[in-house]
Design a protein around this ligand. Structure first.
Ligand SMILES: [Zn+2]
Length: 141
């Protein structure tokens, strides 16, 4: 989560959310990302999507089986969809997103029993640090 927080701090003028994809060994970083919507003008450039794309490119394989996605903020519906599609085994997130979260708060897309892939979800890791970054960002706006 410290690595994901480092990513979040690099988001520049974008909402500070960071993500990393760890290989099955739990330590090798396959992909990392932070929000780049403002930088790229791409509405899908969320930290999780970018980290997943980079991890898949690194592996040369779209299936991220055995991998763990670590992200500072609870994933939205789009990212939850990307998580299910990528087949990561585990999602670890920091702060909950009560307004748009899709991994336990508003929805629970990643653990929906109707889907054929349901990763394990661990929430609340360094939640205060993750939330503080966001609170400070929005307070300064
Ligand atoms: Zn998202």
């Amino acid at each position: 989560m410290r690595l994901a927080l480092d990513q979040a701090e690099r988001a520049g003028g974008d909402v500070p959310v960071g993500a990393v994809v760890l290989a099955a060994d739990g330590t090798t970083v396959l992909g990392a990302g932070h929000n780049e919507r403002e930088a790229t003008g791409d509405p899908t450039a969320h930290a999780e999507v970018l980290a997943i794309r980079r991890a898949a490119a690194d592996l040369g394989e779209w299936r991220l089986s055995g991998c763990t996605l670590v992200v500072t903020l609870e994933p939205c519906t789009m990212c939850a969809g990307a998580i299910v599609q990528s087949r990561v085994d585990r999602v670890v997130y920091g702060a909950r997103d009560e307004k748009a979260g899709a991994a336990g708060s508003l929805w629970d897309v990643v653990r929906d029993r109707r889907l054929n892939h349901r990763p394990e979800v661990i929430e609340g890791v360094l939640a205060d640090d993750c939330a503080r970054l966001l609170t400070e960002f929005f307070r300064d706006r």
